[in-house]
Design a protein around this ligand. Structure first.
Ligand code: UDP
Ligand code: MG
Length: 318
């Protein structure tokens, strides 16, 4: 009998949690040879999500929960779930039923074929605005061209992983987590299963456009130092142009004597260079702020309560 842990990050999911459990359990309880365990992570929900988790846990012994002291974000919730998992395999999936539990048998099939990981990716972006999917594809293009870690386009955080891979993911204990990149970075054989994007069953998405933009920026910065090289290249290029300009001016002065200097040229050069310097400092600042957050070495999450064995849950960070 193999054990599978289902890690489910939940933030204000009171409307959908019971339905999620009902539907998922209907799928997984019929799969022979595997024993499933739920690890619900309450990411500081402000509604009755935790109460619902407790109610489920009281009725079903396979239900476990971890509750954070505040909202730490989905990445932290996933990390906490993975950290507390003990199963031979771990599935991460969303609580809003956008990740169809009907795919779990197929995922297990992939594992039986010998893959270390079977992950879902969207075959369509139905239910998403045009602008949003355009930005998303631009992000993948940019990030894949800048970084050594190639991210799979349209991949979602719905996947099954072997214990070995989960342990590898946990080794990357950085505070600013970008799971899409981390999953690719650790390697291992991954099988991709396409699926039709479904709209959220109930509740609303927690992603605003601004948060998506920041997320994309984090993704690029976490796996690439190309922007720093780019700034360096820009500096060299501008110096070269300036050098040529100085030579030309010098020759002109020697041949034709001193001409009246142009205010416009001076102003343009000052403003242009000022802009470039600000931009470069900004990029440096982004990296430095990340270094700052990492060296503080704060815990990724803080557990307030859980029904998982104390020993496991009280040591979130190693
Ligand atoms: N989530 C979380 N913490 C957060 C935001 C989201 O644990 O701060 C969970 C949420 O409950 C859901 C999953 O992450 O199970 C995906 O969130 P959402 O559906 O809002 O994102 P989308 O599906 O639009 O990418
Ligand atoms: Mg969702």
């Amino acid at each position: 009998m193999k054990t599978v842990d289902l890690v489910v990050p939940c933030y204000n999911e009171q409307e959908v949690l019971a339905a999620f459990f009902k539907e998922t359990d209907a799928w997984v309880s019929n799969i022979p040879g595997y024993e499933f365990r739920y690890i619900f992570v309450n990411d500081g929900s402000r509604d009755d999500t935790l109460a619902q988790m407790k109610a489920l846990a009281a009725l079903h012994p396979q239900v476990h929960y971890i509750s954070f002291s505040r909202n730490f974000g989905k990445e932290a919730a996933m990390y906490a779930g993975l950290k507390s998992s003990t199963g031979d395999y771990v599935i991460v999936m969303d609580a809003d039923l956008q990740h169809p539990p009907a795919m779990i048998p197929d995922m297990l099939k992939g594992i039986q074929e010998g893959y270390d990981c079977v992950a879902a990716k969207r075959s369509s972006r139905k239910g998403e605005s045009r602008l949003r999917s355009w930005f998303s594809s631009q992000f993948y293009r940019l990030s894949n061209s800048l970084s050594d870690v190639k991210m799979e386009k349209d991949a979602v955080d719905f996947r099954i992983m072997s214990r070995q891979m989960v342990n590898a993911v946990l080794e990357l204990s950085e505070r600013q987590r970008f799971s899409k990149g981390i999953f690719m970075w650790v390697g291992f054989n991954t099988k991709w299963i396409p699926y039709e994007n479904v709209e959220r069953a109930m509740g609303t998405t927690k992603w605003s456009f601004k948060s998506l933009f920041r997320y994309a920026l984090d993704g690029i910065m976490a796996f690439s130092t190309a922007p720093l090289r780019m700034v360096c290249g820009l500096g060299i290029f501008i110096s070269a142009v300036a050098f040529i300009y100085i030579c030309i001016t010098l020759i002109q002065t020697l041949i034709f004597g001193i001409s009246v200097p142009g205010y416009v040229t001076t102003l343009c050069a000052v403003l242009f260079l000022g802009g470039i310097i600000e931009f470069s400092v900004g990029i440096l600042g982004e990296y430095i702020s990340r270094i700052y957050m990492e060296v503080k070495n704060r815990p990724i999450y803080i557990v307030k309560e859980t029904n998982i064995h104390e020993q496991q849950a009280s040591k979130p960070l190693e």
